[in-house]
Design a protein around this ligand. Structure first.
Ligand code: GAR
Length: 220
């Protein structure tokens, strides 16, 4: 089995979607733990209800960011994960700490990176007049939403969309994107090589795309 630790700061719908895929038996993953920087994160409750280890560490209990990040990732390492999945984890991670997890930590972000790293991605897409919006899964580096992009899902923006309708419609697509990406990593088909992301052993020049039938395909 391919062991996963999920980090989440809030609601946890992406965590729930991954867990549901595991429960359906459609992907060879085993979620070992849910870790959070927020003691009240609903994601922790979802984990507890599913019988999964739920751990909250408070940044204010640590002297500085690096001490917190070291503690959080040391706690994650206790579950010997093959992959750490950031699913709505809203903190930047210290470079020295995340550097030890190169190719072993991914994040989902609600924009077509490199567009709109950071917050308010839906409002920014609307403001820019984009007619296509989407979500990206990328390997994590110390740069905010900045690591190599593995895969994306695209979605049309409608004329009557606002930030809330866009966010809600995208969320369902994010769940599909995260499940598919994690599944291919678990099966050893996606990895981070010396020259970038590889898919079935071939280095990719562009992110994989999730098609309408839910399959990730190379755009080469
Ligand atoms: C998702 O939309 C995810 O892409 C975003 O937070 C939401 C978490 O939802 N992540 C980021 O903005 C990271 N920069 P969830 O808690 O229901 O999974």
């Amino acid at each position: 089995m391919f062991d996963i630790v999920v980090l989440a700061s809030g609601r946890g719908s992406n965590f729930a979607a991954l867990l549901a895929a595991q429960t359906r038996g459609e992907t060879p993953i085993r979620i070992r733990a849910l870790l959070s920087d927020k003691a009240k994160a609903p994601a922790l409750e979802l984990a507890r209800n599913a019988g999964i280890a739920a751990v909250a560490l408070a940044p204010r209990d640590y002297a500085d960011r690096i001490s917190f990040d070291q503690a959080l990732f040391a706690r994650a390492a206790e579950f010997t994960p093959n992959l750490i999945v950031l699913a709505g984890y809203m903190r930047v991670i210290d470079a020295a700490v995340i550097g030890q997890w190169r190719g072993k930590a991914i994040n989902i972000h609600p924009s077509l990176l490199p567009k709109y790293p950071g917050l308010h991605t839906h409002a920014r897409a609307l403001e820019a007049g984009d007619n296509v919006h989407g979500s990206s899964v990328h390997f994590v580096t110390a740069e905010l939403d900045g690591g190599p992009v593995i895969a994306q899902v695209e979605m049309p923006v409608c004329t009557d969309d606002n930030a809330d309708t866009l966010a809600a419609r995208l969320l369902a697509q994010e769940h599909r994107l995260l499940i598919s990406t994690v599944d291919l990593i678990a099966r050893g088909r996606i990895a981070l090589g010396a020259d970038g992301i590889t898919f079935d052993g071939r280095t990719q020049q562009a992110p994989l795309k999730l098609n309408a039938s839910g399959t990730l395909t190379s755009v080469e």
